[in-house]
Write a protein that binds this ligand. Structure first.
Ligand SMILES: [Ca+2]
Ligand SMILES: [Ca+2]
Ligand SMILES: [Ca+2]
Ligand SMILES: [Ca+2]
Ligand SMILES: [Zn+2]
Length: 573
């Protein structure tokens, strides 16, 4: 398909009305994402709530869809599962994963047992598009697969006093920012004999043919440099208020934490939802599920939290074949001021960054390529690129690569322009989108089965003296996640979970953790024994013993920011 026809096909899809169940054979523009959220909200008014979280720099609204079944309790009575995507404006399929998840949960509630259970168990907070301006500009403007990543905050990248004065330009007007090359016998590249669209590195002694000039563009401000100061750059995922570092340490950090108006709005929105215990932030690409910490100096996470991540991560690797469960600073790179460090340390959640899509899956014969580790010193990987071109030609009938064509550049003279299109490289072709969104939403649904679920059992009320009762209480957690993360306990983020015993005619004489019911080994709390601080371990239990004097009925209450509230009333008899 020519670029013009591709553009026409996109326009036709975008003109159609969005209906529930949602379709996932095309990419939703920002406006279409909003329509889809409104359509879900209209179709499921009892189960959903649509919030305006805040506004972007350009005034676009950031929307959040909350999914909660009121019949199984209010949102704050349940663990919160937060899912977002597209904080990087170009990483658009992340939003389709969010929409697919919402659509999947709502349209299958009451039909599939597994879906019904995870809907009833948790509340879901879904923000499909974080960088709303970025998504809009990725669709509307000429881009390469990696551009339009940042927030719409001007930054003077080359420090000449002008802001964003010279970004790439779509010199041939095809909607893509591709690459420029110039004939150069002293260049380090030559045409690949097996496919003339590709260039390969010359061997020692061979004559060169081409030099790569970089992204399409001219010297807009006439300073003798091409493309030196493009749009932005503040990176929404380096602008959060946990371990934020200034731009000389962390590129894209912004002038101060939460400079991005949408970033600040989302932070505030999350902080008033202290029940959030699980976070998924979807990006592209590479096929990874990353956990923190994001920088080495943070040290390793508490062992109890690592166990939770390992259980989830190793299962997710199976749900999304080819994806790897990794640690971000160690296996990828260190980042400062990123979102999941904020959520882990200040929201008190477990968090995964899902890096969607593996370009290695785009091969002619469908066999996944080796990961592109063995690139040549010039960054070319011709084996992989040849496969991708075969995929382009034979599987999707074009649209992913623009053939080289001559262009008269005002600075360089006779050059050629061509290369991969914006909808290639980091985004699956729409025919493979369905598989991507389903599997990655399934990773969220799998995880949502393991949020904390605490049940209380008052397993003994025994008279041990004329006016003295022994009350034993067990808190059992059916989830894999503890009732509060170990990191939150360490950081003292929230009032700890509390188990309390009250009764108008009763007085708690002593109380504590029941270490051994047979030996009657109790770790008594010295002050205010009627209030016990606790953390109910994942797939485990914790037991308490109270000695109570008095009569009548007593109430036992368990209160947790993440795992909800439970109370039981029993009679002293
Ligand atoms: Ca500048
Ligand atoms: Ca700039
Ligand atoms: Ca172009
Ligand atoms: Ca310039
Ligand atoms: Zn990203």
């Amino acid at each position: 398909m020519t670029a013009a026809l591709t553009a026409l096909a996109i326009v036709l899809i975008q003109a159609q009305e969005v209906k529930v169940p949602l379709r996932f054979d095309f990419y939703y523009s920002y406006e279409k994402v909003v329509e889809a959220l409104k359509a879900l909200n209209t179709a499921y008014p009892e189960m959903t709530k649509l919030d305006q979280v805040g506004k972007s720099e350009e005034g676009r609204i950031i929307w959040a869809l909350t999914i909660n079944n009121p019949k199984t309790g209010e949102p704050f009575s349940k663990p919160g599962v937060y899912v977002d995507g597209n904080i990087h404006g170009n990483e658009i399929q992340a939003s389709e994963v969010c929409l697919y998840l919402a659509n999947r949960l709502l349209t299958n509630y009451g039909k599939l047992k597994e879906i019904t259970e995870v809907v009833d168990r948790n509340v879901y907070y879904i923000i499909p598009v974080v960088n709303v301006d970025g998504r809009a500009h990725f669709f509307d403007d000429a881009n390469n697969p990696s551009s339009n990543r940042g927030l719409r905050i001007s930054v003077d990248d080359d420090r000449d006093g002008l802001y964003d004065e010279d970004g790439p330009d779509d010199v041939d007007g095809d909607g893509n920012i591709t690459t420029m090359r110039i004939r150069d016998t002293l260049g380090r590249l030559r045409t690949d004999p097996s496919d003339k669209r590709l260039m390969i590195a010359i061997k020692p002694g061979e004559k060169g043919e081409w030099t790569r000039l970089g992204q399409e563009g001219i010297d807009n401000d006439g300073d003798g440099v091409v493309n030196e100061d493009g749009e932005g750059y503040v990176d929404g995922n380096r602008n959060w208020g946990y371990n934020w570092q200034p731009p000389y340490v962390q590129r894209g950090a912004g002038n101060y934490p939460f400079e991005g108006s949408g970033i600040k709005a989302i932070a505030e929105w999350m902080l008033v939802r202290p029940n959030i215990i699980m976070v998924f932030a979807f990006h592209n690409n590479g096929g990874m599920y990353l956990r923190g910490p994001s920088f080495k100096a943070a040290g390793e996470l508490p062992q109890g939290d690592i166990s939770v991540y390992d259980y989830l991560g190793k299962n997710i690797e199976k749900i999304v074949p080819g994806y790897e469960y990794l640690i971000s600073w160690k296996d990828l790179y260190s980042t400062y001021g990123d979102f999941t460090d904020f959520t882990n340390n200040l929201v008190g959640s477990y968090s995964f960054v899902g890096e969607l899509f593996q370009v290695e899956t785009e091969t002619f014969d469908g066999t996944m390529m080796r990961k592109q580790e063995e690139r040549s010193m010039f960054g070319e990987s011709s084996d992989a690129e040849r496969q991708r071109l075969l995929f382009n030609d034979n599987v999707v009938q074009g649209g992913q690569f623009v053939e080289w064509k001559a262009y008269k550049h005002p600075l360089y003279g006779d050059i050629e322009v061509g290369g991969w299109t914006k909808m290639s490289s980091r985004l699956p072709h729409p025919f493979m989108l369905q598989d991507l969104v389903h599997r990655n939403a399934s990773a969220v649904i799998f995880t949502a089965q393991y949020t904390p679920k605490v049940v209380m059992d008052v397993f003994e009320v025994k008279k041990i003296d004329s006016d003295l009762w022994r009350v034993r209480v067990r808190l059992v957690n059916e989830g894999v996640m503890p009732s509060v993360t170990h990191a939150s306990m360490k950081n003292k983020l929230y009032p700890p979970d509390i188990l309390s015993l009250t009764g108008s005619g009763a007085k708690v004489v002593s109380g504590g953790v029941l270490k051994d019911p047979y030996m009657e080994l109790v770790d008594y709390k010295e002050y205010r024994p009627e209030v016990q601080m606790c953390q109910v371990p994942g797939s485990g239990k914790t037991e308490y013993q109270f000695l109570v004097s008095g009569k009548g009925s007593i109430e036992l209450r368990f209160e947790s920011a993440k795992a909800g509230k439970i109370s039981k009333t029993v009679a002293l008899k």
